[in-house]
Design a protein around this ligand. Structure first.
Ligand SMILES: *Cc1c(COP(=O)(O)O)cnc(C)c1O
Length: 379
C-alpha cells in the first residue's frame, strides 16, 4: 500500500528535488544547523522583528476556541481591523489566519463562472490554489508584462461580468517588483477590471509608514483587494485584506477559510496590533535595509551577474545546478545560511542563491566573502 509513496519519494530524491524538514535552532539573527552557527539569509524576518526579544503578554489567551463567526471574534480583532482600515485610509480590513488561508479563501468567494481571473505567471502557490478552488475562467500573463496583460484584456474582458487581475508587489524569487501604477492605469481603461495585489514581501519594508509598495507608489486607493501577511517582515502570523466595506461584509458571509477555521489566538492578535502600530516608527530600519540591498545588488552586478531585483530579496543567478550548490556550500562554511534554489522552483538554467536581507545584515563582510568565493567559481 505504501510503496507508491516511497517510490515517489525516491524519484524526487534521484532528481535532486526531495524536500525535508531541517533541524534548526534560532539565535537572534543566526541559525544553528548541525552545530554550525550561520547568519540567517534565508528567512523573511526583514526588519528583525521576529528575532527580537519580546515582553510577555500577560493575561492574553493562547487560543480563541472558535471561528470568528461563532465566539472567536474577540474585541482585539475589531480593534486591529479598525486601526488597519484607518491607517491605510480605506473602508475596511479583514484579518485571516494566514496568508495561505487568505489567498485560498478570498478568490473562491469572489469569483464565479462569470468571472475571468488573469494572473501574473509567477504568482505565489497560495494564489494558484485559490484559483483552482474557484469556478472562474483563468488566464495568465507573462511575468510583469503589462502589454501582454493588456492584449488579454482587450481580447477577453468584454465577455465577462468581472475580471480580477492578480499580481504580487515584490516577487520572492527574483526580488523584482510589479509596476503598480501601470496596473492601476490599465485597470482604469476597463470598467469591469478589479486589482488583487499581494504585498506579502512589501508590507513593513516599503512606503513611508511601512504600508508596502502601494503606499510608496500612491496606489492604495486604486487597488480593490490589497493583501498581505503578518508572517514575514511583521514577524508574527496572519493574513489581511484591505478593501471596501461591502467586500469585507461579503467575505464574512462567503469566505470558507474564514468561516470554517478557528480564529487566531488573542495573544497573536495583540502582538499583531503592537507590530502594526509600530510600523510607522521603523523608518530607520527600512532605510538601512534599502541601503544594504542596494550595495549587495550593485556588487553582484559588478561581478557580471544579471540583477533583476529592485528590492531586499537579492538573487545571485548562477545558472548551473552544481555550481550553485558549491557556492552555497562555501558560503555556509563561512557562516552564511544561504540556500541553493533550483528547478522546478525556478525555471531551468536559472539556478540561484537567494539572499533574503534584513536590516541587521552585515552586508560589507558578506560582499567581501562573496567576491572571494565567486573568483574561485568564475563562470
Ligand atoms: C508567504 C506568502 C504567502 C503566504 O502567507 P503566510 O502568512 O505565510 O501563509 C502568500 N502570498 C505570498 C505572495 C507569499 O509570499
Amino acid at each position: 500500500m505504501l510503496s507508491r509513496f516511497s517510490q515517489e519519494l525516491q524519484r524526487l530524491d534521484e532528481m535532486g528535488q526531495r524536500r525535508s524538514l531541517h533541524h534548526i535552532l534560532h539565535d537572534g539573527a543566526y541559525v544553528i544547523k548541525d552545530g554550525a552557527r550561520m547568519l540567517n539569509l534565508s528567512g523573511n524576518d526583514y526588519l528583525g522583528l521576529a528575532a527580537e526579544e519580546k515582553k510577555p503578554y500577560e493575561g492574553e489567551l493562547y487560543g480563541s476556541a472558535s471561528s470568528r463567526l461563532l465566539t472567536g471574534n474577540y474585541e482585539i480583532y475589531d480593534r486591529l481591523e479598525n486601526a488597519m482600515a484607518k491607517t491605510f485610509g480605506r473602508e475596511a480590513a479583514l484579518v485571516f489566519n494566514s496568508g495561505y488561508h487568505m489567498n485560498t479563501g478570498i478568490l473562491p468567494a469572489l469569483a464565479d463562472d462569470h468571472t475571468l481571473v488573469i494572473a501574473d505567471k509567477l504568482v505565489h502557490a497560495s494564489m494558484i490554489d485559490g484559483i483552482r478552488l474557484s469556478r472562474c475562467k483563468f488566464e495568465r500573463f507573462r511575468h510583469n508584462d503589462l502589454n501582454h496583460l493588456k492584449k488579454i484584456l482587450q481580447k477577453s474582458a468584454g465577455d465577462y461580468e468581472s475580471v480580477i487581475v492578480m499580481a504580487e508587489s515584490i516577487y520572492s524569487m527574483d526580488g523584482d517588483i510589479a509596476d503598480l501604477r501601470g496596473l492601476v492605469a490599465l485597470k482604469k481603461q476597463f470598467p469591469q477590471v478589479m486589482l488583487y495585489i499581494d504585498e506579502a514581501h512589501g508590507i513593513g519594508v516599503r512606503g513611508q509608514n511601512g504600508l508596502g509598495l502601494a503606499e510608496e507608489t500612491g496606489t492604495i486607493q486604486d487597488i480593490d483587494f490589497l493583501l498581505g501577511t503578518f508572517g514575514k517582515a511583521l514577524g508574527s502570523m496572519g493574513g489581511y485584506i484591505i478593501c471596501d466595506a461591502v467586500i469585507k461584509e461579503y467575505l464574512v458571509n462567503k469566505c470558507r477559510s474564514l468561516i470554517f477555521s478557528t480564529a487566531l489566538p488573542p495573544l497573536t492578535m495583540s502582538f499583531n496590533m503592537h507590530i502594526f502600530t509600530t510600523l510607522p516608527t521603523l523608518g530607520e530600519k527600512r532605510r538601512m535595509l534599502d541601503e544594504y540591498a542596494t550595495l549587495l545588488r550593485k556588487s553582484i552586478e559588478d561581478l557580471g551577474y544579471p540583477m533583476p531585483s529592485e528590492s531586499h530579496i537579492v538573487p545571485l543567478l548562477i545558472g548551473d545546478n552544481h555550481k550553485t550548490i558549491q557556492v552555497a556550500e562555501q558560503l555556509q562554511k563561512l557562516g552564511y545560511y544561504v540556500l541553493p534554489i533550483r528547478p522546478p522552483t525556478v525555471p531551468a538554467g536559472t539556478s540561484r542563491l537567494r539572499f533574503s536581507l534584513t536590516s541587521a545584515t552585515p552586508v560589507a563582510s558578506l560582499i567581501k566573502d562573496l567576491q572571494e568565493i565567486l573568483v574561485h567559481y568564475a563562470i
